[in-house]
Design a protein around this ligand. Sequence first.
Ligand code: SF4
Length: 79
Amino acid sequence: MSTDWHEEALCRQVDPELFMPEVGGSAKDAKATCMSCEVRPQCLNYAVDAGERWGVWGGLGQKDLRRLIRARRAEQEAA
Ligand code: SF4
């Protein structure tokens, strides 16, 4: 699984703590950063493929990311 896209990651230019908000904390600034990131699709695909369940990836917070991971796994099991 390639991570070359990370070289272009916009989150490398901001506080990494934004992408790991504490429970109940806001992920708003991290998600806004993601929306301007050129490698958002690659990041999201990586996170889903890798089963990343913590933090903000590809503009999604934990809850949405976990939902997408479950949906992707259900699709794979049905195929
Ligand atoms: S989409 Fe967000 S988390 Fe992913 S590389 Fe870009 S800024 Fe970082």
